[in-house]
Design a protein around this ligand. Structure first.
Ligand code: ATP
Ligand code: MG
Length: 415
């Protein structure tokens, strides 16, 4: 016997209730992004593998073990996008958008990572995000971080989160810091996880981002990049903080925030909540001035963030109600014919109409209650002959007779 077909581990069906919650998060991002003059971009889910392997860093968890990479039928190595920043950078190059700076883009859509599924962590998940290209000044960082705070405020979630920011410095700061960090880690090498021993050789700052509890305890005392910042990098970080303060965006410096991808420099930040258990980061981002060059393009500064839609939707408790329908309840053959036409007319006017396909009064009223209808329009053959219908308010039970031609006047006005 064939086994029952299940969704792939770590993937989920989004049922109507889930879709409403996702749409609300997407709408919040879209509405904030529009106010800042950002246009939407949609890139393909499949990209050539180097789009990600060249940009994210080959010692990162994402590239080492999380990508869905396979050969397509033409023998080309393709990858289902694990994140969208690299795809958008690729799109900026492919579409010759380099002369349109500053370039302001936002997106929403599915991403794919082969991770261990758990609450708030899936193999297909969804992100909203913004990308700002062509702005080297700290004002760019301030703008995108403020947008993150605005999206959270729009969703009523700002009070449930805190903003932590850090600097990864400029290239020179990192060279200086690297030496201090490697010296510290080498002395404690035996205590590191196997992954982190490997990271120590290939990209020591990745050790700071390790999810291994032993590694985390060990790096708690690691030297901080702050003592190794160049004057320019320090001034940049100060300016970002001052800008946030001027806008009233609360933040705290946390030197442990390094972000999971290699393309970041200067600012790194996360909006974090205590209310989702271990997967508490709802928005993460930073500056990625080196990304475009790594992808074979010209030097072009960028800064942005991505937010997890599932986590944001989970945090925005209560769910999103669908618009309540009005149920049309015809009784008799003639009434059923008229009901079809009336339902069609009212729907075209923007009303949400529930019209059962069959059934007597009792069945149809049960259905109206089940779909949480606000009103029922009851029409029997004899009423019809008089040109009227009965409109019943299903919350109060009150009812009134209306002329069949003016039903819409008795219905709730929809926004
Ligand atoms: P984490 O530390 O939680 O693994 P990350 O650093 O890998 O996050 P980013 O790549 O910066 O995350 O993605 C931005 C946001 O997307 C995260 O803050 C989170 O809200 C969401 N996100 C990332 N991976 C997943 C996943 N597997 N399932 C659900 N949401 C995710
Ligand atoms: Mg991750």
């Amino acid at each position: 016997m064939a086994s029952k077909l299940q969704p792939i581990r770590g993937t989920r069906d989004l049922l109507p209730e889930d879709c409403r919650a996702h749409a609300r998060v997407e709408e919040a991002c879209r509405s904030v992004a529009e106010r800042y003059g950002y246009g939407e971009i949609r890139t393909p889910i499949l990209e050539l593998t180097p789009v990600f392997s060249r940009s994210l860093g080959d010692a990162t968890d994402v590239v080492q073990k999380e990508m869905y990479t396979f050969e397509d039928r033409g023998g080309e190595s393709v990858t289902m996008r694990p994140e969208n920043t690299a795809s958008v950078a690729r799109a900026v190059l492919s579409n010759g958008l380099l002369n349109e700076m500053p370039l302001k883009l936002h997106y929403a859509g599915p991403m794919f990572r082969y991770e261990r599924p758990q609450k708030g962590r899936y193999r297909q998940f969804h992100q909203i995000g913004v990308e700002l290209y062509g702005v080297p000044e700290p004002a760019g960082d301030v703008e995108v971080i403020a947008m993150g705070a605005d999206v959270l405020a729009e969703l009523g979630l700002l009070e449930q989160t805190r903003l932590e920011i850090n600097t990864l410095g400029d290239a020179e700061s990192r060279v200086r810091y690297r030496d201090a960090l490697v010296a510290f880690l080498r002395e404690r090498q035996e205590g590191l996880s196997e992954d982190s021993k490997d990271r120590l050789e290939r990209n020591p700052m990745r050790v700071l981002d390790s999810k291994d509890a032993g590694d985390q305890a060990l790096v708690a005392d690691a030297p901080s990049i702050f003592e190794h910042l160049t004057d320019e990098a320090r001034a940049f970080f100060d300016a970002v903080q001052d800008g946030l303060t001027a806008l009233g965006v609360d933040h705290k410096v946390n030197p442990r925030i390094v972000r999971g991808l290699d393309y970041y420099c200067h600012t790194a930040f996360e909006f974090i909540t205590e209310n989702l258990g271990a997967q508490g980061t709802v928005i993460g981002g930073g500056r990625y001035d080196g990304l475009m060059e790594q992808m074979g393009g010209p030097a072009l500064p960028g800064v942005g963030w991505a937010g997890g839609i599932e986590r944001l939707a989970m945090l925005a408790a209560g769910g999103v109600e669908a618009r309540r329908p009005v149920a049309i309840v015809p009784l008799g053959e003639e009434a059923e014919k008229r009901a079809l036409v009336m339902a069609h007319d009212l729907r075209r006017q923007g009303h949400v109409i529930e019209l059962g396909y069959r059934g007597n009064l009792k069945r149809r009223m049960q259905r109206a209650n089940k779909v949480h209808a606000s009103h029922a329009v009851i029409m029997g053959d004899d009423e019809l002959a008089r040109g009227i219908v009965t409109l019943r308010d299903l919350d109060s039970g009150e009812q009134a007779e209306l002329s069949i031609d003016s039903v819409s006047e008795g219905l709730p006005v929809h926004g």
